[in-house]
Design a protein around this ligand. Sequence first.
Ligand code: SF4
Length: 282
Amino acid sequence: MPERLFVCTPSKLGAYADCPRRYRYAYVDRPAPPKGPPWAHNSLGSSVHTALRNWYGLPAQRRRAEALPMLLKGTWVREGYRDDAQERAAFGRALQWLESYVDTLEPGDEPVGVERVVAAKTTVLAFNGRADRIDSRPGPDGPEIVIVDYKTGRAGLDADDARGSQALALYAYAAERVFRRPCRRVELHHLPTGTVAAYDHTPESLARQVSRAEDTARDIIAAEKAVADGADPDEVFPTTPGTLCAWCDYRRTCSAGAQAPAREPWAAVERTLSPPQPPGED
Ligand code: SF4
């Protein structure tokens, strides 16, 4: 019998690469252990992403900055904030980001996809993922596809982040097959700073990222099979304690995570709203 393909999204592969135990909690253990409370930074990111999706749902002539407060209000996720004052401040900041960002967009430009699912198969995995935006731009030999990912975290991003993102590379690999056009360029649009971190992949660099994703998929398949055959799940899916633990949804379930400092659900947003610190103090 041929081996079944490993069905995955970028976040599923990323969960295992970050911490096999976290992967187990999220995708293997059933019933899944309870997650911690919702994070305000996830609410903020999700609100901004959905507002931008709905921006492109407007007719081109209505894509004006005046539409943004209503769009953001309609998509606003309220969970995780410390109090109403913090939530209001976050709303105001998100609106500023959006106003600055849409000012950089050509009103008539129509992406070929907005929150569009792209999928592709290799001999090991069946990948699918939802890209924030997929553009078509002129290239030397005709139109090319570009993957755009919005970011709302505090930290700025550079070309190394775009180059190293397995998720972006997999989107590019899949989009090239879905649209039957070259897709080599991937971009991280960081709304808080209004900067774009871009990388132009080559067929070789995309193949390397796909190969790494396949290696991760093989590791997961082997680990899941070992547990099914009776191995100790704690040994097969080890913990990898580190800075991510403080932000992990399963910190309260995980013995290693319990050692990490507790973060309030609004801690990251509080940092986002605070004035920039001098280098070294952030
Ligand atoms: S708390 Fe840390 S070690 Fe535990 S599952 Fe989460 S990331 Fe892994």
